[in-house]
Design a protein around this ligand. Structure first.
Ligand code: KG4
Ligand code: ZN
Length: 399
């Protein structure tokens, strides 16, 4: 079957076209239109601007993705349906204009399913994707399925080298989903059977990277910026940091808190980390604040603090719930220090444990994961009713 997937939960407009046959699941095309440059001046995602970018970009991207797809013969264009879509999109003039002109000019193409992220995420952004998907589903009479973004971050781990893994073999699992908006520990007892066992009480792990990076004068998104700063130092040690000795990292004596690392529950709290970084940074003389050496050391300590808390709590959850697998997902799971810390601790603590982590490009937001999660849901539960499909900013994975 052919699946068109749409993901607009945050600041990337993502569309993918996948084809599934048996256990093969192939992404034929994917476009991710990043809004990073637009949000950089705010140091985080500005929802109104993000929504507008989605409204501007979604239709041209879909057009590009479907350009070479086969037309369905005998499809009759319906003015009545077009009028209904016009009223559905009445409040969204920009999207309405683009989508109606697209539908009028584009013949129906051969797609068997439309998968769209319905939540959680930024509500105005989610609606752009959901309304677009609903319109296409209704106009072309193609089944639609709403996808939970957190579930998609988890399930993408079961797609490896274009093959669908035998999910049962990995159950039960503890899944750590760490992104810009979420930090959750989810016990996955089976496919579609989830229990949230811990989550952040304030900032998400990605948000902690973003906010502390800003203190250091690094650009948004902060996670990759912090990782790059640290690795640049590693690679160009002899030139850029000629007089820097790695052991001086200790001399600087930067020690940040590891929030809630010893608490008995599986919750997290990262807002104090940002405050600690800000306080520590401001306390330094201007000369130190501007020093690359100091920034690299502080960046390392920020990364260490976040990684240690995430790893420690996840490992403890894996022990307590006696799981067979540890699974990572979400933008922060692209962090190489987090990945290697997990590998090390898993070897140290368990005799046998599966460790699943997505390819780096599939850790951050993408529509491949939407297509895959949508396909698995459709296979088990069938299609959703397009009329009832709604964006839900606070959608919970247990529901
Ligand atoms: O999953 P994602 O792409 O979007 C949301 O659903 O929020 O996650 C984005 C978050 C941002 O906070 C970003 O700083 C963080 O993931 N991130 C990273 C890395 N790459 C992205 N954090 C640490 N290290 C990275 N390499
Ligand atoms: Zn995400």
């Amino acid at each position: 079957m052919k699946i068109l997937a749409i993901e607009t939960s945050c600041d990337d407009t993502c569309v993918a076209l996948a084809s599934q046959k048996g256990d093969n699941f192939l992404i034929e095309k994917e476009v991710i239109s990043s809004q990073t440059k637009i949000h950089q001046k705010w140091g985080g995602v500005y929802p109104t601007a993000a929504k507008r970018e989605h409204q501007k970009n979604i239709v041209p991207i879909i057009e590009k993705i479907l350009k070479d797809e086969k037309e369905v013969k005998g499809f009759s264009f319906s003015e009545k349906k077009l009028a209904k879509i016009e009223s559905l999109l009445a409040k969204d003039k920009l999207l309405k204009r683009r989508l109606l002109s697209f539908l009028k000019n584009k013949k129906k193409v051969k797609i068997d399913l439309i998968a769209v992220t319905k939540g959680p995420g930024l509500e105005p952004c989610l609606w752009v994707g959901v309304n677009t998907a609903k319109s296409l589903s209704y106009f072309w009479n193609v089944p639609i399925v709403g996808v939970n973004h957190i579930e998609a971050h988890i399930l993408i781990n079961f797609l490896k080298d274009e093959k669908i893994l035998n999910i049962e073999k990995y159950m039960p699992a503890v899944c750590l989903v760490v992104s810009g908006g979420h930090t959750q520990l989810v016990l996955m007892k089976d496919l579609f059977d989830y229990q949230i066992i811990g989550e952040t009480r304030d900032d998400a792990a990605g948000e902690a990277f973003d906010k502390t990076a800003r203190v250091l004068g690094l650009s948004y998104p902060g996670g990759p910026a912090i990782e790059k700063l640290i690795s640049e130092y590693r690679n160009i040690e002899m030139s850029k940091f000629r007089h820097f000795d790695i052991s001086r990292c200790r001399d600087v004596e930067i020690r940040l808190p590891r929030p809630m690392i010893h608490s008995k529950n599986f919750d997290f709290s990262f807002s104090g980390l940002k405050t600690a970084v800000l306080y520590f940074f401001k306390k330094q003389p201007k000369k130190i604040q501007k020093s690359d050496t100091f920034k690299v050391c502080l960046a390392k300590e920020i990364q260490n603090a976040i990684v240690e808390v995430l790893v420690k709590k996840t490992i403890r959850a894996a022990e307590e719930f006696k799981v067979k697998s540890i699974i990572l997902g979400g933008g922060v799971s692209a962090n190489s220090s987090l990945r290697s810390a997990f590998k090390k601790e898993i070897i140290k603590n368990f005799y046998q444990m599966n460790f699943l982590v997505p390819e780096t490009k599939l850790s951050t937001d993408n529509a491949t994961m939407t297509a895959f999660a949508g396909y698995l849901r459709f296979k088990k539960f069938g299609k959703d009713n397009w009329k009832n499909l709604e964006a839900d900013a606070n959608l919970i994975i247990e529901s």
